[in-house]
Design a protein around this ligand. Structure first.
Ligand code: HXC
Length: 257
């Protein structure tokens, strides 16, 4: 499958998706959204694939939603078409997705990175929600996900001033899981994704689902949800194999059942 705005390749069990609109620093227009949704649907449906990595160029992961596409729109168009609502579908990808961010992740670019399950950053990465400078605001979840990731003080300052956070600050603030040298970013992300894709598939889905539940529920309900999924994993062949393999001091082999 080929896409107008993405390069997609499979590296073993890892789907590597590269945003590819270099002329606009990967600004997220409706074509990128349509392509990404199609690529994620294909990834989710393909049992040979266990984890995805989304990356951009060295200069820009994505410099925002496409300002030129939004410029002429009015409230009626935005509201009637529920502009940006398609991005919610991206977050319903069931298998893990890692954002590998180099360079600018601004506005919608930062929001897309935060929609992924975690962010691996190059030392060149710069995160920001500069929409206020355009007299608008985040519209793809940035005010909510950034606040949950880094807390109110930093999120509020970033949304109100539009200032960028570099990779070191983003790591200190908990926005990214790790920072690696820019030249090693994609290789490191694919390596991490390969580790995840080598785990028992149902356990991976359950782990993702329960961590995400932490953002939607009370602690008691979240713990209950975790426990029930944990119990459910004891109904899988892979649980029996995983524990037997440990006891027998060998590597497990998974059926995904
Ligand atoms: C459309 C964009 C773009 C964007 C860059 N480009 N960002 N086009 N939408 N978000 C285009 C430029 O117009 C230019 O095209 C080309 O990409 C290269 O960009 P330059 O500005 O020339 O590069 P540089 O000088 O290196 O500056 C890089 C930059 C700057 C600092 C990242 O491009 C920038 O500030 N971009 C906008 C960042 C931003 O405000 N993002 C938030 C968008 S709003 P031409 O054709 O001129 O060469 C958003 C959420 C919206 O994401 C939610 C509200 C509804």
């Amino acid at each position: 499958m080929t896409y107008e705005t993405l390069l997609v390749e499979q590296r073993g069990r890892v789907t590597l998706v590269t945003l590819n609109r270099p002329q606009a620093l990967n600004a997220l227009n409706s074509q990128i959204l349509a392509d990404l949704l199609a690529a994620m649907a294909a990834f989710d449906a393909d049992p040979s694939q266990g984890c995805a990595v989304i990356t951009g160029s060295e200069k820009a992961f994505a410099a925002g939603a496409d300002i030129k596409e939004m410029q002429a729109q009015g409230f009626a168009d935005m509201y009637a078409h529920d502009f940006f609502a398609g991005w919610d579908r991206f977050t319903r990808t069931r298998k893990p997705v890692i954002a590998a961010v180099s360079g600018y992740a601004l506005g919608g670019g930062c929001e897309l990175a935060m929609m992924c399950d975690f962010i691996l950053a190059a030392d060149s990465a710069k995160f920001g929600q500069p929409e206020v400078k355009l007299a608008v605001s985040p519209g793809m979840g940035g005010s909510q996900r950034l606040t949950r990731a880094v807390g109110k003080a930093k999120a509020m300052e970033m949304c109100l001033t539009g200032r960028m956070m570099d990779a070191a600050e983003a790591e200190r603030a908990g926005l990214v899981s790790r920072v690696v040298p820019a030249a090693e970013l994609v290789e490191e992300a694919v390596k991490t994704a390969t580790t995840i894709a080598g785990m028992a598939p149902l356990a991976v889905l359950a782990n993702k689902e329960m961590v995400n539940a932490a953002f939607e529920t009370s602690l008691a309900m979240g713990v209950q949800f975790e426990r029930r999924l944990f119990h459910a994993l004891f109904g899988t062949e892979d649980q029996s194999e995983g524990m037997s393999a440990f006891v027998e001091k060998r590597a497990g082999t998974w059926t995904g059942k």
